[in-house]
Write a protein that binds this ligand. Sequence first.
Ligand code: SAH
Ligand code: SF4
Length: 352
Amino acid sequence: MTKKNLLKLNLNELKNEFKKNNIKGFRAEQVFNWIYRNGIVEFPKMSNLPRVLINELTEKYEINDLNLNKKLIAKDGTQKYLWKTNDNNLVESVFLPYEDKNRYSICVSSQIGCSIGCEFCATGIDGLKRDLSVSEIIEQILKIQIDVSKERYGSPKITNIVFMGMGEPFLNYDNVMKAVSILNDEKGLNIGMRKITISTSGIIEKIKTLAENNQQIGLAISLNAPNNQLRNKLMPINKKYNLDKLMEAVNYYIRKTNRRVTFEYVLMEGINDHEIHAEQLIKILKNKLVHVNLIPANPVPELDIKKPHQGVAKYFKNRLEDNDISATIRVEKGTNIKAACGQLRASYQNGG
Ligand code: SAH
Ligand code: SF4
């Protein structure tokens, strides 16, 4: 009998699951508390449970879909985790500490590989293997929280989650949203909706669904090109959802939620970093409730992508700000361990 992973259940579902096995509701609360509040994922260590119950839980359930395969620590404190799934695939997540701001972020993966195949991104090179399950998404965060906790569990506390790891989160929408709701539970990790950001290449149906559900979650759009011709080339998804359709969905989202949308623009030398591109970007985004995150491209050995020289990002930022569009330049982190956005590529064919 395959054991059920408890991390895919929210507290109510856990109560129902236990009820089916004649286990009392308060036991579900205790187990939930052990897992999320104490970082205890082994049943025998749940010290207020009776021995018979521990045996029963061990027989029927598990809390282990990811096993640590490798951990890399960068000079700047960024940590990359490589996990092995039960079916021998590799998944990556990144821990990004910003100690001065008391912000501890995790960049999580939503899929193994990615089907979108953007020209500048390492994740898409081998296509999509499969979606991650709810428990595989949650386990990335839970296990990193356990790993980084120093004197006591939950210190430092993971404060932010960004779905900017491997995969297109909106092509695994249901699992991602279920994981988000469990991570948000105040009896669990209690990570605020406003501290969770989903980045998408622009799956417009899901942008609209998110708008209708009106959750407080942050939305980021990977734009990367300010005209259809270039975007078709860099991000093939644009052939299905062109810039007009994308911006119509974003406008709808802003109208419905009154929330600011972030646009990510990866600056690539000689590709999308010309003055004309800055002007086209302004034209698309002017007078909208948006923020632009300018990301100097990270090198990907397999792809001929380079970041432009330093002045370019500054130039884009100035031009955007001259037009009252707020913009920041992303601080590079974890580059020496290839932990930065677009560099995650846990190869699943050869296990390395
Ligand atoms: N699939 C989603 C989320 C994961 S990609 C999306 O595309 O939004 C997360 C971010 O990494 C995206 O903004 C993407 O544009 C960026 N990215 C991809 N390749 C990159 C590279 N080589 N350098 C810098 N950023 C990159
Ligand atoms: Fe997939 Fe995002 Fe990479 Fe494009 S940038 S290939 S959508 S992970």
